[in-house]
Design a binder for this molecule. Sequence first.
Ligand SMILES: Nc1nc2c(ncn2[C@@H]2O[C@H](COP(=O)(O)OP(=O)(O)OP(=O)(O)O)[C@@H](O)[C@H]2O)c(=O)[nH]1
Ligand SMILES: [Mg+2]
Ligand SMILES: [Zn+2]
Length: 363
Amino acid sequence: MNNYALGWSDAWDRHLEQHKTEKPEHLARIIARHKSVFPALTESGERLNLYIPGKFLRGFSATTLSPAVGDWCGLGERFIDESNEPSAFIETLLPRKTSIVRTAAGETSDEQILVANVDVLLIVSSVNRDLNINRLRRYLLLATQGGPHPIICLSKMDLLDDECLMALNEIEQAFPEVRRIYTSTISGAGIDELRSLLKEGSTAAFLGSSGVGKSTLINALMNTTVQKTGDIRAVDQRGRHTTSGSELFFVPDGSIIIDTAGLRQIGVVGDEEALNQLMPTISELGKSCRFADCTHEAEPGCAVQSALSAGLLEQSEFDAYTQLGRELAYAQRKGNQRLEAEERKKWKQRTVNNRVRTMERKL
Ligand SMILES: Nc1nc2c(ncn2[C@@H]2O[C@H](COP(=O)(O)OP(=O)(O)OP(=O)(O)O)[C@@H](O)[C@H]2O)c(=O)[nH]1
Ligand SMILES: [Mg+2]
Ligand SMILES: [Zn+2]
């Protein structure tokens, strides 16, 4: 094993230069996560449990700063952990090339990193019951925002019926520029096409709802069972996912794949630009509105509203645009508040330090 087998490339050396970051002497890549322990592989192929050193723990509690599967780390001191396994401290976390970040479930709206340093994002949706254009929009938005190249993988093609066929057509029209792959692990359709996408040294991640067949596809690509799979009924009844966290695998042909646990909620993170890129029809129409800051709700001279009345734009598409826009604005406000809070904390600390200094001077 060497760096390149772990997914390193010359582009990474340039990436580090751009970020004025020195390449650590001892590198490892995170392949899984068990609570606060991060199993990783070193360039010599050694498996280590990585730990966050105490002095960094506070900083890492901010969720996007937390290490994630796919991350590259510089290694610090080595030791043997409580489970008697070779371990090391994470000394540095290399700047990410790409990241998939969503807002966490619940009310906190904290950003949460799902996977890091992914080149190709396979957004999996099964054609039988999962097909949902709005959900696909959300996944695509995460990819637009985070950097990896998105591909839509339509799984379980063996279960296709007339109703699904209509939904498939709708999806093809909605995202004409996004490549689609149609797979069935029963008939074997699409597996070779999927395999041809996996390039030596590049990392692909599978993302999608629980039960759509991500792990089954990964087992097919690996030609062996590396991941447990489950059936939909089991998932529904117990509300449990078969895959519990993300995990990184090395395909025999030299590429790397990451399996992720099915997502229930896909809280979006991003800016207006990402949304406009995802739904270009509406942003193009918006350029012809009379007011530059038109909200497309009830303003006079709104080109979007005219397109709606003329039947040139689907109401459902407009509703999705409005809903996503609202969520993005909310996430952005939350993000700003968090930054402000962190900034305030810093100031408080500085004031305390100054006071201590003043007192010292007086003594
Ligand atoms: N008919 C059909 N069933 C499939 C196909 N691929 C997977 N399945 C079945 O779908 C069920 C769920 O598959 P998994 O691979 O566990 O799904 P997953 O996306 O990994 O789910 P989580 O790990 O919970 O996120 C299993 O019972 C599979 O056998 C397919 O192409 N066709
Ligand atoms: Mg799975
Ligand atoms: Zn308008």
